[in-house]
Design a protein around this ligand. Structure first.
Ligand SMILES: [Zn+2]
Length: 152
């Protein structure tokens, strides 16, 4: 593992304390709510085919949480290639011509969000805490990397 990979791993480990990964039971509840269909384009998804993804409504890069409230079932095509950092409502607009079908999909996502409550994103206080704690670890780690490089 390179130093930069280690920094990313430390960042993720600290974040997980405030924003845990989904349990197996939570993951199963997402599959059930979205009835094995992509929340955005409606494509059928089979767990066995590994073509499904527990997508973030608000991407992690924009502070989106890992919690159920921010997660929906998406197909690999949609998540990997297209959605990325797009707003989920705008993304959904592009995936379906029929206004009626679009409204049903929005409703299914909104009912999911409402039934779980809470914020889709980490609040500013949590982000600030993560950032300041990471900086402490990073300073020590950077010093250690430098000391080792100078010693060899
Ligand atoms: Zn899709």
């Amino acid at each position: 593992m390179s130093p930069s990979q280690a920094r990313n791993a430390i960042k993720r480990a600290l974040k997980e304390l405030l924003d845990p990964r989904l349990s197996k039971l939570e993951q199963a509840s997402i599959w059930a709510h979205f009835q094995n269909q992509c929340a955005f384009c409606g494509a059928p998804i089979e767990k066995a085919n590994r073509n499904g993804h527990l997508d973030h409504l608000v991407p992690e890069s924009r502070g989106g949480r890992n919690a159920l409230v921010n997660r929906v079932l998406g197909c690999h095509t949609g998540n990997g290639d297209e959605k990325l950092d797009a707003d989920w409502r705008e993304f959904l607009e592009t995936k379906e011509q029929s206004q009626i079908v679009r409204a049903e999909r929005v409703e299914r996502i909104e009912s999911w969000v409402q039934s779980h409550g809470g914020s889709l994103t980490l609040d500013a206080k949590a982000r600030a805490l993560l950032s300041s704690e990471f900086e402490k670890v990073n300073a020590v780690f950077t010093t250690a990397c430098g000391d080792i490089k100078r010693a060899i």
